[in-house]
Write a protein that binds this ligand. Structure first.
Ligand SMILES: *[C@@H]1O[C@H](CO)[C@@H](O)[C@H](O)[C@H]1NC(C)=O
Ligand SMILES: *[C@@H]1O[C@H](CO)[C@@H](O)[C@H](O)[C@H]1NC(C)=O
Ligand SMILES: *[C@@H]1O[C@H](CO)[C@@H](O)[C@H](O)[C@H]1NC(C)=O
Ligand SMILES: *[C@@H]1O[C@H](CO)[C@@H](O)[C@H](O)[C@H]1NC(C)=O
Length: 510
């Protein structure tokens, strides 16, 4: 009996022990598996409408416009509106930035205005308490997490700018707010209701006769100066060169506006700075912005990457044609890379009609002129950064640090980019520095519980690449031209670029 009792006790003990171990493992596992408890959200701070400027309620004149499309299109609209408001000595009513995926496209004035008014979260406060990861969401809440508004002051410091152009932050796009805030009547607003995306271009110099580019007709600044209404209300302000800066005085104004539109958000700048420092500091690496993810960029991605690759090879290596050919995977692969993607949908092709005469083929050549064959730009950086091992030849380029900002998925294993990684063992991408992005994940519009990470990551990525001594971008990308003209010069201690009239004429040929 005694023996049986002890067996039972033993069994119970073993069972308890197993249960305990199971429980213990489970607890440990679930701790490891659970994503790191997200820290406190970092809120977006919204300025009060009259924080930078208090208008005279009964006499002041204003300029307003409607935002649309993605961030960079809205940035170009803002730049144009700031320029025009300065010319006209009117206070600019600045709308908020619309961040949405997908972005709202251009629409003719009435439709766009209607759509913008419809973009509201009034009456949806119950959605905000729901967890966006917890599906299914009630249908009226589906959209809540797909779009939000942030103020321009989130990105830019507009204090200096406001001394040049008085700025009021327009909280919504309804007219009622305008009427009541500035004591206006309906006929105090003069509308320019556009019916096509590039309807008019505003020329500041009456004496010149520049061609119109893609715009339908010209409006002279002097015509706008004669309109006395309290508010000039435009629709879309989008389009590079929509507001020309032909005179010297106006070129200076544009330069000032551009200089102030540099990302200043401390969370974004902080992350970019930490990563730039690890790469060896500003002006110590090659930065690239390679957009291959969508639209026309996807169609010609391999051609773009090949162009960039050859620029790198020419400038930062002493490889021979034979060696380059080998790293490219042979002449056939090179020729394949020099053609438009055939996998691409017909639909897109009809959007961007393929130029039958376009011939992107190019034999492999090297041109090392102006290259001093000194590849130890940053001695010892490769071991500090734990760069990949190259082969006998490419290890000589191990101290040339390359940073690729890109929307390509899994860039390190992306076939298009492999030749760059092969020749430059010290090539980096954002996900190599994932630990530096934690606070960006915490940024949110807390009132709506919308996280901003997905919109901000591409910006930080580009900010890092803009710190390189050399910057190579994606032609026709609005983000690339923003980096080339503004971010890259400012981050590397130079002046922003303002295109002259020659650049304007040149841009029309492209
Ligand atoms: C610009 O507008 C302000 C206020 O609306 C006015 O006081 C000022 O005289 C104007 N300046 C010029 C040059 O017209
Ligand atoms: C913005 O710039 C102004 C002056 O240029 C400066 O006084 C202010 O501290 C800046 N604001 C922030 C948030 O950095
Ligand atoms: C394209 O140009 C290359 C030379 O750059 C030439 O050898 C080739 O024949 C051309 N292809 C077509 C289809 O015209
Ligand atoms: C190569 O560049 C490094 C860093 O800029 C410099 O210290 C070194 O003297 C240079 N070597 C030659 C041979 O020019």
């Amino acid at each position: 009996m005694k023996r049986k009792d002890s067996t039972v006790v033993g069994l119970i003990l073993v069972t308890l022990l197993i249960s305990f171990i199971t429980w213990f493992q489970y607890t440990i596992n679930s701790k490891q598996l659970r994503p790191q408890q997200s820290q406190e959200p970092i809120p977006v701070v919204f300025p009060k409408p009259f924080e930078l400027h208090k208008p005279k309620k009964n006499s002041e004149k204003f300029l307003s416009y409607l935002p649309h499309s993605g961030f960079h299109n809205q940035r170009i609209e803002l730049e144009n509106a700031l320029l025009l408001a300065t010319y006209l000595n009117r206070t600019l009513l600045v709308p908020q930035v619309y961040l949405a995926s997908p972005a709202m496209p251009w629409l003719r004035y009435e439709k766009l205005h209607e759509r913008l008014l419809f973009q509201t979260k009034n009456g949806l406060s119950h959605c905000i308490d729901l967890d966006s990861n917890q599906l299914p969401l009630p249908s009226e809440c589906l959209n809540n997490f797909r779009w939000t508004n942030v103020p321009w002051t989130f990105f830019y410091n507009m204090t200096e700018l406001s001394k040049q152009v008085p700025i009021v932050f327009r909280p919504g796009l309804d007219y009622e707010w305008l009427y009541s805030s500035f004591n206006l009547k309906e006929d105090d607003i003069y509308f320019f209701k556009d019916m096509s995306p590039y309807e008019y271009q505003i020329h500041d110099d009456r004496d010149t006769d520049l061609p119109l580019d893609r715009f339908n007709y010209r409006i002279d600044l002097s015509t706008l100066e004669e309109i006395d209404h309290r508010v000039l209300h435009f629709g879309s302000m989008f389009g590079s060169y929509r507001i020309l800066a032909e005179t010297e005085e106006h070129t200076e104004v544009l330069k000032k506006i551009r200089s102030s539109m540099i990302f200043r958000n401390p969370v974004l700048s902080g992350a970019a700075e930490r990563i730039v420092n690890q790469l060896g500091g500003a002006n110590n690496f090659v930065g690239m912005h390679v957009r291959v993810g969508d639209g026309i960029f996807k169609l010609r991605a391999s051609i773009l990457v090949d162009d960039i690759f050859h620029q790198l090879v020419n400038k930062f290596t002493d490889l021979t044609v034979e060696q380059v050919t080998e790293y490219e995977g042979g002449v056939e692969q090179h020729n394949l890379d020099r053609t438009e993607s055939t996998e691409y949908e017909i639909k897109l092709r009809s959007f961007h009609p393929v130029d039958e005469t376009a011939n992107y083929t190019k034999p492999i050549t090297v041109d090392h002129q102006g290259n001093n064959n000194n590849f130890t730009k940053q001695p010892n950086i490769a071991s500090r950064l734990q760069c990949q091992q190259g082969d006998e030849i490419t290890n000589r380029f191990r101290n040339t640090v390359v940073y690729i900002a890109t929307d390509a998925p899994d860039p390190r294993n992306h076939p298009l980019l492999s030749k760059i990684f092969k020749v430059f063992p010290c090539t980096f991408i954002l996900s190599d520095f994932i630990n530096e992005l934690n606070d960006i994940k915490q940024l949110q519009v807390v009132e709506e519980r919308v996280k901003l990470e997905s919109y901000l990551i591409p910006m930080v990525d580009a900010m890092i690449s803009a710190h390189g001594h050399t910057f190579l971008g994606t032609p026709h990308s609005t983000f690339t031209s923003y980096i080339e003209r503004q971010l890259h010069p400012v981050y590397t201690g130079k002046q922003v670029q303002v295109m002259g009239l020659l650049d304007y004429l040149e841009s029309m040929k492209a």
